[in-house]
Design a binder for this molecule. Structure first.
Ligand code: ADP
Ligand code: MG
Length: 298
């Protein structure tokens, strides 16, 4: 990964770190299959004309209608439910399956918001899309991840929406419209914690809108079992940990990242350096810590 201005990172795909990361994501394969099936047409628009000729003896008008799809995927859901990780790993899988040439994954930085100068945000956004477009080739995909998309793509009709923000959303919509001419070689993943604040025109354009949820009890148990390999826990202890990390007293269940970035380190810290990590350490933390709150989405 290299650093630069408008992007937080640029990664050449396929990437071995992402391939390894994918293995640690519960339910990834099912999600990938589902999204891939939905994306397949979009990703192969260049083959649509041949398909039509072959099966209908002509280019049927439906081809043009379908070709009007926008290469935009929206992931929404609470913080820590896997939107960013899944977008990156899906990009990696798509690149891997799309042929011989390396593809490129771009992560847009919040620095495109600029310093507030008139027109700056729109200009930076346009620059970013230019760079993404330049990196795509005949057999090379470019995938752009816009994380925390609500800070960039919030509805233009919001009361407190500033002129600059409106311009930026307009620019973003134009840039995404423009991507259609690449026949699916460029795809944008936009992640947001709150779907409702996204501009309606963007929501309408999305070929896929996918919700990410906090893990249910079975998923929490599976996650714990996978992550705590080598720590001798019984099935009933795993079930108990899955249960105490569930919703209670009006509080939601723990998110994936609550479990991975808060439960494990705190439990480990209480065992280290003189004791092995045990059920009790994990249980104490799980009982006493609160999951991250739900973001209101009206
Ligand atoms: N499906 C999953 N299975 C296991 N762990 C997950 C899953 N989704 C997310 N995580 C964990 O939660 C962390 C945060 O995920 P992230 O993609 O950043 O969430 P979001 O973008 O929705 O806030 C990841 O680094 C990962 O360790
Ligand atoms: Mg994220």
């Amino acid at each position: 990964m290299s650093q630069c201005n408008i992007f937080d990172s640029k990664t050449v795909l396929p990437d071995s770190d992402l391939a390894a990361r994918q293995k640690t994501l519960l339910g990834f394969d099912a999600r990938y299959e589902k999204i891939h099936d939905q994306l397949r047409l979009l990703l192969n628009l260049n083959e649509l004309a041949d398909w039509s000729k072959k099966h209908h003896g002509q280019r049927i008008p439906l081809c043009d209608l379908v070709a009007d799809q926008y290469p935009l995927v929206i992931f929404y859901g609470d913080v820590g439910t896997g939107k960013t990780a899944t977008a990156e790993c899906i990009a990696n899988r798509l690149a891997k399956e799309s042929g011989t040439e390396d593809s490129m994954l771009f992560k847009l930085s919040n620095r495109v918001r600029g310093s507030g100068k008139v027109g700056e945000m729109g200009t930076l956004l346009t620059q970013a899309f230019q760079e993404v477009i330049q990196s795509a080739g005949k057999n090379r995909r470019a995938i752009l991840v816009i994380d925390e998309g609500d800070s960039l793509a919030a509805s233009r009709s919001q009361e407190h929406s500033h002129h600059e923000d409106k311009v930026a959303v307009n620019t973003l919509i134009q840039c995404i419209d423009d991507l259609r001419r690449f026949g699916g070689r460029i795809v944008v993943f936009l992640c947001t914690n709150r779907l409702s604040v996204l501009d309606a025109a963007l929501q309408r354009r999305a070929a896929i809108v996918e919700e990410f949820l906090r893990p249910n009890e079975d998923e929490r148990r599976e996650l714990l079992k996978m992550d705590l390999t080598g720590v001798s826990l019984t099935e009933s202890q795993l079930a108990e940990l899955a249960s105490v990390t569930g919703p209670k007293n009006g509080a939601p269940g723990w998110t994936f990242s609550d479990i991975r970035t808060r439960l494990y380190p705190a439990a480990l810290a209480s065992a280290f350096p003189n004791q092995p990590l045990s059920f009790t350490h994990l249980h104490e933390v799980a009982k006493n810590m609160r999951p991250s709150p739900i973001l209101e989405d009206f």
